[in-house]
Design a protein around this ligand. Sequence first.
Ligand code: FES
Ligand code: FES
Length: 218
Amino acid sequence: MSALEVIRMSTTKRSPDAATRGFNRRSFLTTTAASTMALTMLERARADAASAPAVQSDARAPMTMRLRVNGREHQVALDGRTSLLDALREHMGLTGTKKGCDHGQCGACTVLMDGQRVLSCLTFAAMAEGHDVTTIEGLAAPDGTLHPMQQAFVDHDAFQCGYCTPGQIMSAIACVHEGHAGSDAEIREYMSGNICRCAAYPNIVDAVNEAKTKMKRA
Ligand code: FES
Ligand code: FES
């Protein structure tokens, strides 16, 4: 029986008739016992509430997250609304990933999550927990040898200002792994989410064509 039910039972109004006819020693004892029980239960409920952990009510309070980036664990305390892009650049010092539009339009912020390309400006950092994130900083071998796609971009002059290049390279690697680099037309189609304001597109296609053969051998 809940405290509320006990209180109701102990305070239910009786009709005048019942009051005069039925109020005897038994009903007096029953009512007193019910009231005592209700008070005890209320006291216990109050004590439980006082000892319960405080509920976090501030939605802006930092959330602790563990993010695995380029094989390394990072523990960060971030506003839950922080994008993966801002977490990488502002909180982990990984500025290789670029912020172009910050609206999912240009592809400059492309990173890999479990090998799949994602736009880090449209991905909450919290969504990356439990996944392997790879950025441009994580591509070269420990001895500094460039990834075949990085090397192909250098060899084919596949950039001018270089601002879009990290996103282009991450996207190009995924494009090859997805099996979408079969022809120039296919490469152009599946790289169309990555904009290059310097219009290095022909060189980017050449770089992807060269790297895809080396990646298959690797
Ligand atoms: S910065 Fe993410 S798509 Fe442009
Ligand atoms: S190389 Fe300048 S934006 Fe692509």
